[in-house]
Design a protein. Structure first.
Length: 291
C-alpha cells in the first residue's frame, strides 16, 4: 500500500500552523464534497486509501490528479500520483486533527471558512439553472418598474423647530402662499439642498429615509408636510420630477435575468436554513433575550 511521503515529523508542526492549515483544509473539503456529487459507495465507488477508517475515494483521487495535470508540463508520473495521494491524506489528517482540537467550535476564522464554503455551495447549486422566457416575463409583469432608473427630484425643504412655527407655515401654505415666502414669514428654517435634480439615494442623504419615503411617489408641484420628528416638523416642496422612460422587456432582459437569479439564490439559502432549523433542536433562554 502506498505510504505518505513526508519527511517532516508531525511534532514539528505547531498548533497554530495546524489551525491555519486546517482552516484551508476544512473549507476545501466542504467545497469539494458539496460542490460535487457525493461518492456513491452503493454504486461501486472505490476507496483507494483510509485515514483512521475514513475513506479517500477514487473520485477524490481523480480530482487531485486533474489538479496536478492542469499545472504540469509533462505526462503524469508515479511521483505525481504519489503526490496527489499525499495531498489527500494530509488534508484528511488536518481535518481530523482540527475536529479533535475543537477548532471548528472555537476558531472564528475556521468557522467563517466553513460558513463561506457552505454559502458558496448553496448559491452555486441554484445558479446552475437559468430562467425561462415565461419565468422572466412573469417576473417582469409583477414588478414593471423594478428596473427603471429612479426618478430625479428637485426639492426645497424646511424645518419648523416648534409646533407654533409649524402651524403658521402650514396655514400659509394652505392659503396659497409660495413655499419660500411662507417659510420666511413663519421663521422656519430652509434646509440647504442643492437647487438641482437629485437621485433618490442623494435625497435620502439629505432628508433621511422616513421623509424620502413620504415624497417618493408624489408628483411635481406637491408639498408634503408637516412630517413630525423629535427635532421639529418638516415640509418638502417637490419642484420638479424627472422620470426615466420605462424600458422594454428586451432592453431590460440582462438585468432582469441577473436579478431573477439573485433572488432565487436568496430563496435557496433561506429554504436551506429553514430545513436545517426544522431538523435541529434549538433552545433559546429567556435571559439571553432580556439582557
Amino acid at each position: 500500500m502506498a505510504q505518505l511521503d513526508d519527511a517532516k515529523s508531525p511534532t514539528a508542526l505547531s498548533e497554530k500552523w495546524i489551525s491555519l492549515a486546517a482552516a484551508t483544509g476544512l473549507a476545501f473539503a466542504i467545497w469539494s464534497a458539496l460542490g460535487s456529487p457525493l461518492p456513491n459507495f452503493e454504486g461501486g465507488e472505490v476507496a483507494i486509501a483510509y485515514v483512521n477508517d475514513v475513506s479517500i475515494t477514487q473520485e477524490e483521487y481523480a480530482r487531485a490528479l486533474e489538479a496536478i495535470r492542469a499545472d504540469a508540463t509533462h505526462a503524469l508520473t508515479q511521483i505525481d500520483r504519489q503526490r496527489a495521494l499525499d495531498v489527500l491524506v494530509r488534508e484528511e489528517l488536518l481535518v481530523q486533527r482540527a475536529e479533535q482540537m475543537g477548532i471548528v467550535k472555537t476558531d472564528r476564522t475556521i468557522r467563517k471558512a466553513i460558513v463561506d464554503a457552505m454559502m458558496i455551495s448553496i448559491r452555486t447549486e441554484e445558479r446552475a439553472s437559468d430562467p425561462t422566457d415565461a419565468e422572466l416575463k412573469e417576473f417582469w409583469e409583477k414588478a414593471p418598474g423594478l428596473f427603471q432608473k429612479p426618478a430625479a427630484l428637485t426639492l426645497r425643504a424646511a424645518r419648523a423647530p416648534t409646533p407654533q412655527i409649524a402651524s403658521m407655515l402650514e396655514e400659509d401654505l394652505r392659503a396659497g402662499t409660495g413655499f419660500e415666502e411662507a417659510v420666511t414669514n413663519s421663521n422656519a428654517i430652509m434646509l440647504p439642498l442643492p437647487l438641482a435634480p437629485l437621485a433618490l439615494s442623494k435625497v435620502q442623504d439629505y432628508l433621511g429615509p422616513t421623509l424620502t419615503a413620504r415624497i417618493t411617489n408624489h408628483k411635481a408641484g406637491d408639498i408634503v408636510g408637516p412630517v413630525h420628528s423629535p427635532n421639529g416638523s418638516y415640509f418638502v416642496w417637490l419642484m420638479a420630477r424627472e422620470d426615466s422612460p420605462q424600458k422594454s422587456f428586451e432592453e431590460g432582459r440582462p438585468v432582469l435575468a441577473k436579478e431573477w437569479r439573485r433572488r432565487r439564490e436568496v430563496e435557496a439559502v433561506l429554504a436551506y436554513f429553514a430545513r436545517l432549523k426544522q431538523a435541529a433542536s434549538i433552545t433559546v433562554t429567556d435571559e439571553a433575550l432580556n439582557e
